[in-house]
Write a protein that binds this ligand. Structure first.
Ligand code: FAD
Ligand code: MG
Ligand code: MG
Ligand code: MG
Ligand code: MG
Length: 555
């Protein structure tokens, strides 16, 4: 009897212990949950910079590694090994003091009303990965990138190679080498060999151009020694729908690249639209005269641009952003209309605010004494805020070669400026009427995604502080000094490797240079940008190996 009473007493004691434990765990505030979609440039950069331990992070991505995409073209012909440019995501998160978990799955649906996403595991191909699981979030960060865009051209999906993922690069490499082996078999006519060795690149952007250059180097440096009999039958064609390749670069680079490719024997066909492709032939139409041709080819790479992934298309429809090419966010990278969903990188685009939309409010807030006119002093006090809030202003001043905003206003006032420098609203408007013409969408590059990821991590690192003050500059929205700066992109320059150990570099301030030393700059920049010492060592040793022994052509 006693014993059982004691037992009960003991049970009570246990229960009250449990209660106490529950009570004390309730006092520790539950960590806010951040769900991150994607382990590419945007996602990786966010993870690397995040150090706020008040968050619990769950990463969801079908790919458990990060790919250093700028070196993907180098993998296609064996200059660099595939393994050297990937970093396991678990290597990255294990080094963090933040609680981060990873699930190998793809997000298939976002439910912003219930703060949930739905995911499908992508690991087990036997179970077809049909089980869908839900994940709750407090904050959602969408960094799923984009997918290739075929513009619905018939036959592209079935017959073309793409260069987006590490598998793609490996497939291309195998296919390139197979082509040379195939063309070297006996019993083939020269026509057949020529067809097999006709490589077509569709799209004259940086990826297409770099692949063409890599392939050309491969033929000149290695094929001549390894497949001397077929060397003269190789042909590389680059098809570009517009008037020039490398459109986003300075004219000098475009011209140099076109001339170099001409000398190298790469057939650059400008104004050439691909209308269809089957197993044997690629059909093109010349822009302008509409002339159609079909050419036999052996291998084709499609690299004409990107489009939104199905998940993003669906989500945009859901939230009334249909018919867009990317998710629109504000300058704090929050998806328009949602305070707790962020999007960055190739899947997103920042909606920048126009000065002219806010002009009356700017004027009103600047006109402290409500006189209906702005004095130079009143104006000078808001210049910094205007420049920060509207990046286009600085660009405009630079392009117009106006020294500062005050000069701009003087100009708007004209002769009247001599008598008085006070501006009324109409004069203020006309002074700033053209600044918005300088707004540009940010390019879909690793550089942008990388900076956005780091920016967002900084915001999350200071979230507690920022939540008290979530909105932008005080004078135009609310009051108080803002702590939460809008995202600002800093362009650090861009490279275009052109083959033959020559690279074109376009650095900020339109500084353009092309040549062999730029290739060395390229090597050092890309070595330094590696995400870990491990991949850095691997990439550099691949480069050295290739210099000494040439490319590895097994496959
Ligand atoms: P990504 O890096 O593409 O990452 C997207 C991630 O999301 C991936 O991990 C993917 O697996 C994951 N994902 C996809 N779907 C889902 C889903 N449904 N749920 C969850 N996760 C998902 N940029 C430069 O600045 N300089 C260069 O030299 C350069 N060279 C390039 C060369 C090549 C060949 C290519 C293809 C691109 C190059 N870029 C370069 C562009 C750059 O790679 C992209 O702009 C950049 O990768 C964008 O980063 P992101 O994080 O938005 O997307
Ligand atoms: Mg990403
Ligand atoms: Mg990537
Ligand atoms: Mg973008
Ligand atoms: Mg005034």
């Amino acid at each position: 009897f006693n014993g059982s009473k004691g037992h009960i007493a003991h049970a009570d004691a246990v229960a009250s212990n449990d209660d106490r434990r529950i009570a004390s765990s309730e006092q520790v505030p539950k960590k806010k949950k951040v769900v991150l979609l994607g382990t590419g440039w945007g996602g990786m950069s966010f993870l690397k910079s995040l150090n706020n331990t008040n968050f619990e992070v769950q990463v969801v991505s079908p790919r458990n590694f990060f790919v250093f995409t700028p070196l993907l073209p180098s993998v296609t012909c064996g200059k660099v090994e595939a393994r050297s440019i990937v970093e396991p995501i678990r290597n990255i998160i294990r080094k963090k003091n933040v609680n981060i978990s990873y699930s190998e799955a793809e997000c298939v649906k976002i439910d912003p009303n219930n703060k949930k996403i739905y995911c499908r595991a992508t690991i087990d191909s036997h179970s077809k990965g049909e089980e869908v699981f839900a994940v709750d979030y407090d904050y959602l960060i969408i960094a799923v990138g984009a997918q290739v865009n075929t513009f619905n051209t018939p036959g592209v999906m079935e017959n073309c190679h793409f260069l987006k993922e590490i598998d793609d690069a490996q497939k291309i490499r195998k296919n390139v080498i197979d082509s040379f082996e195939k063309a070297s078999l006996p019993n083939l006519s020269d026509e057949e060999r020529k067809k097999i060795l006709h490589f077509v690149v569709v799209g004259g952007g940086p990826t297409g151009v770099e692949f063409a250059a890599e392939l050309h180097d491969f033929v000149n440096e290695d094929v001549v020694k390894l497949y001397p009999n077929v060397q003269d039958l190789v042909k590389i064609t680059l098809l570009e729908a517009t008037d020039h390749i490398l459109n986003m670069f300075d004219k000098r680079i475009t011209n140099f690249a076109e001339q170099k490719f001409g000398r190298d024997g790469i057939d650059v066909k400008l104004g050439s639209m691909v209308t269809g492709i089957n197993e044997n032939e690629i059909s093109t139409k010349v822009r302008g005269n509409g002339e159609k041709t079909s050419t036999p080819y052996g291998m084709a790479l499609w690299s004409t641009g990107i489009g939104p992934r199905p998940l993003i298309k669906e989500f945009m429809k859901q939230i009334g952003q249909g018919n867009r090419r990317a998710l629109a966010t504000d300058e704090w990278l929050r998806v328009e209309g949602f305070g707790n969903i962020y999007a960055l990188g190739d899947c997103a685009t920042v909606n920048q605010r126009k000065v002219m939309e806010d002009i009356s409010e700017i004027f009103r807030k600047a006109d402290k004494d409500n006189s209906g006119t702005l004095t130079v002093k009143e104006f000078q006090e808001i210049i910094d805020d205007i420049c920060e809030r509207y990046p286009q202003v600085e660009l405009y001043l630079k392009n117009k070669q106006v020294r500062n905003m005050v000069d701009l206003l003087k100009e708007a006032k004209g002769d009247a400026a001599k008598e008085s420098m006070e501006l009324n609203i109409e004069e203020f408007k006309s002074a700033l009427s053209e600044v918005d013409s300088q707004m540009k969408n940010l390019p879909a590059t690793a550089q942008v995604a990388n900076q956005q990821g780091a920016y967002l991590a900084k915001c999350f690192n200071r979230m507690e502080e920022c939540e008290k003050n979530p909105e932008g500059p005080p004078r135009f929205r609310g009051t108080g000094r803002h702590r939460f700066h809008p995202f600002r992109y800093r362009h650090l320059g861009q490279f275009a490797p052109l083959g033959g150990e020559q690279t074109a570099a376009q650095l900020p301030g339109d500084w353009v240079s092309i040549g062999h030393s730029e290739q060395w700059l390229w090597y050092s920049v890309y070595a330094s940008k590696q995400v870990s010492w491990r991949t850095r060592a691997l990439v550099v040793s691949d480069w050295i190996r290739r210099f000494i022994f040439g490319r590895d052509t097994s496959g």
